[in-house]
Design a protein around this ligand. Structure first.
Ligand SMILES: NC(=O)c1ccc[n+]([C@@H]2O[C@H](COP(=O)([O-])OP(=O)(O)OC[C@H]3O[C@@H](n4cnc5c(N)ncnc54)[C@H](O)[C@@H]3O)[C@@H](O)[C@H]2O)c1
Length: 310
């Protein structure tokens, strides 16, 4: 049994990670400031003897005794991270410094939930980990993209300078139950609109593609990355390389929800990447992992969840 800290543990991915690691027999400390997360996501764990919840903002130092840290704290969707961009950068950068400082003090292994956004609007397709990215440093998305890039820098400097045991995973679009209904992300947007029989909004002409990873697949890879030997640091891409255009996604959602919604088109937001697809050769090789859940199956689970909260 390990003592594991999960920052952002009341969020979409963090709460599922709490479930997974509790089920594996570990002792979990869930830390969250509830900016985008919710107690509802971890309510069912509150009476569990191996689960502890702490309201805390990772931009402030934390003093606890743990063996492993999964650092997930950070709003992940543009509507949320652009709402208070200064706080978003602080969460990524100060949060990383505080959690790395903690890992150094207690000699814990630490994993960073990084993002495909570090690749920006990529000129290379699909994106391997060796690609350095094309990121606007001064745009409305920069607080998130550059914050996450700086967090990666900090992780690798703590590794080089202080020999910390680090793991950096670059997460590509992930979806599933407990996503926020109003976070403006494409999967939740389409499902909510379809369930309400409202028009489905596609930005641009719908030909831009995304790859979607179901949360069970993602969490399996994340835990595998944490459990690799000390010589493995990442960064490692985790995502589903199968590409779907926005138009295809909308059509699948319409079919699965049996919705009467119509598809409408609006102009693309600034700096919206046109294509994003992970090269997961490293994850396959180093983690022995690849995604298994088909989009249709993952969407069915997600739609069932959205029906319960509608
Ligand atoms: N879901 C995805 O597709 C995706 C893709 C790439 C990267 N990620 C990363 O994975 C992590 C989890 O994402 P998610 O989709 O579960 O988002 P989420 O918004 O549901 O979860 C983030 C959690 O962090 C908490 N948080 C935010 N600021 C905090 C702070 N200062 N102190 C303490 N807690 C704070 C929020 O309240 C929330 O519970 C994030 O770091 C995100 O950047 C997610």
């Amino acid at each position: 049994m390990k003592r594991i800290l999960i920052t952002g543990g009341a969020g979409f991915l963090g709460s599922h990670l709490c479930d997974k690691l509790i089920a594996e027999g570990h002792d979990i400390l869930c830390v969250d400031n509830y900016f985008t997360g919710s107690k509802k996501n971890i309510e069912h764990l509150l009476n569990h003897p191996r689960f502890e919840l702490m309201r805390h903002d990772v931009t402030f130092p934390l003093y606890v005794e743990v063996d492993e840290i999964y650092n997930l704290a950070c709003p992940a969707s543009p509507v949320h991270y652009q709402w208070d961009p200064v706080q978003t950068t602080k969460t990524s950068v100060h949060g990383a410094i505080n959690m790395l400082g903690l890992a150094k003090r207690v000699k814990a292994k630490i994993l960073q939930a990084s993002t495909s956004e570090v690749y920006g609007d990529p000129e290379v397709h699909p994106q391997p980990e060796s690609y350095w990215g094309k990121v606007n440093p001064i745009g409305p998305r920069s607080c998130y993209d550059e914050g996450k890039r700086c967090a990666e820098t900090l992780f690798f400097d703590y590794w080089r300078q202080h020999q910390l045991k680090i793991k950096v995973v670059r997460i590509f679009n992930t979806y599933g139950p407990r996503m926020h209904p109003n976070d403006g992300r494409v999967v939740s947007n389409f499902i909510v609109q379809a369930l309400k029989n409202q028009d489905i909004t596609i930005y641009g002409d719908g030909s831009q593609t995304r790859s979607f990873c179901y949360m069970d697949d993602l969490l399996e890879a994340m835990v595998k990355a944490m459990n690799t030997g000390n010589d493995f640091t990442g960064p490692v891409n985790i995502g589903n390389p199968e590409e779907f255009s926005m138009l295809e996604l909308a059509e699948i959602v319409l079919k699965l929800t049996r919705s009467k919604s119509k598809i409408i088109f609006q102009s693309l937001p600034q700096d919206d990447p046109k294509q994003r697809k992970p090269d997961i050769s490293l994850a396959k090789r180093a983690l022995g992992w690849e995604p298994k859940v088909r989009l249709q199956d993952g969407l069915k689970e997600t739609i069932s969840y959205f029906k319960t909260i509608a």
